[in-house]
Design a protein around this ligand. Structure first.
Ligand SMILES: [Fe+2]
Ligand SMILES: [Fe+2]
Length: 163
């Protein structure tokens, strides 16, 4: 899912930029602005991913959303540590967020991504234009043989469960 992958990259980048700003000792207001950007990016991404899973009737959506709630809590803790101004607490929060992102995107999001790709492929309109323009007994045979794909199960299991 390229659009989800791009959002993941943005989340990683904003986390990295905030960590860099903390280490560089930037002013607390600057750090809060960067943290706000990160929180908005993550919140938007989680909503987007949850909507796609819901639309595709992804069977593990509840389990997946519980994992998302973990990062929502981590971001709340980050905001609290920024209010406290303790650098060690802020860096600890950021490390927990980065670890969650690595773990979650490499397992749960890959499972969901495989399912969503299958779902989108199965839902895509079939291109029968070329065959209709040049009808022949061969194309009729081909059409018959490929039309079975129309019935491909939308709820098919992911291609691979474990990455
Ligand atoms: Fe996710
Ligand atoms: Fe994700």
């Amino acid at each position: 899912m390229p659009e989800l992958d791009e959002e993941h990259q943005a989340m990683f980048r904003l986390t990295q930029e905030l960590r860099h700003a903390v280490v560089e000792g930037e002013a607390r207001e600057r750090l809060k602005q960067k943290a706000q950007l990160l929180a908005e990016e993550v919140a938007g991404h989680l909503r987007h991913e949850e909507r796609l899973m819901r639309e595709a009737r992804y069977p593990h959506v509840d389990w997946h959303k519980r994992q998302h709630n973990t990062i929502r809590n981590e971001l709340t803790e980050l905001a609290e540590s920024l209010r406290s101004g303790e650098q060690a607490a802020i860096l600890g929060s950021l490390e927990a967020i980065a670890k969650w992102m690595r773990d979650h995107t490499s397992v749960a999001d890959r499972m969901a991504g495989a399912y969503l790709r299958n779902y989108q492929r199965a839902s895509a309109p079939q291109d029968s234009g070329a065959e209709l323009r040049r009808p022949s007994s061969t194309s009729l045979t081909l059409r018959t043989s490929t039309s079975g794909r129309n019935g491909f199960c939308k709820n098919a299991a992911p291609e691979r469960i474990i990455p």
